[in-house]
Structures are given as C-alpha cells and as structure tokens.
Design a protein around this ligand. Structure first.
Ligand code: SAM
Length: 101
C-alpha cells in the first residue's frame, strides 16, 4: 500500500518531525545562501533605516539564509517549527540563540 511520506504506522508525523529528520540528515549543510539574500543585503546597504528595524524570518530552517542576514547586521528573529534546525543555527552562532523561536 502506498503511504504518503509524512505518515508512519500508528500516527501522523508532524511537519516538525519531517524537518527535524531532514536537518539531522544533513539537509542544506554547507549550502550557499539563496540569491534573494544578496538582494536584501544590498537593499539594507542603500536604506540603513531598514537595518535598524526588527525582522522576522518565518521558516528559517537551519540557517543557510538566516545566518547570512544576521551576519550582515540585520536584527532578525528566526522562527521555525524544527527544533533541530534552530539548534544547528545556535551551534554555528551561539550569540543568535536568543533570537531563535
Ligand atoms: C523548504 S525549508 C526552507 C528553510 C529555509 N528557508 C531555507 O531556505 O534554508 C521550509 C522550512 O519551513 C519550516 N516550516 C514549515 N511550516 C512551518 C510553520 N508553520 N511555522 C514555522 N516554520 C515552518 C520547516 O520546518 C522548514 O525548516
């Protein structure tokens, strides 16, 4: 019988379960940030007032884009349902741990 990948015997895996497993398995490890990050950083350089605002990255995962934005000086909350993803960000940049939810 075909089972959808997010279903397991005896119960339903949550989105968090699925992404936790992905990140523990190395998903996005060592990958460069996506192109939009460079565009955002360029926009911040042209508009320093935005840089002083608080940002929210919903679905920041394990940080391939989030870390670059934070390192560019953006004050940004990283939100994700995957505790494993957030933990990997904190491992790479402990100072960002208070910004991760
Ligand atoms: C395709 S991944 C992309 C991660 C990251 N934006 C990147 O590009 O590396 C989608 C992410 O969204 C998160 N996610 C999915 N549904 C969510 C929800 N309702 N609230 C917060 N995060 C969610 C997943 O845990 C996963 O980390």
């Amino acid at each position: 019988m075909h089972m959808r990948p997010n279903l397991v015997e005896g119960g339903r895996r949550t989105v968090a379960d699925v992404w936790d497993e992905e990140y523990r398995g190395g998903r996005y490890a060592g990958e460069r940030p996506l192109g939009f990050v460079r565009e955002i950083v360029a926009e911040l350089d042209e508009n320093p007032d935005i840089r002083r605002s608080l940002g929210l990255y919903a679905g920041c995962g394990n940080g391939r884009n989030y870390l670059e934005l934070a390192r560019a000086g953006l004050d940004i909350i990283g939100l994700d349902v995957s505790a494993a993803g957030l933990a990997q960000i904190a491992e790479r940049e402990l100072a960002l741990a208070p910004k991760l939810v």
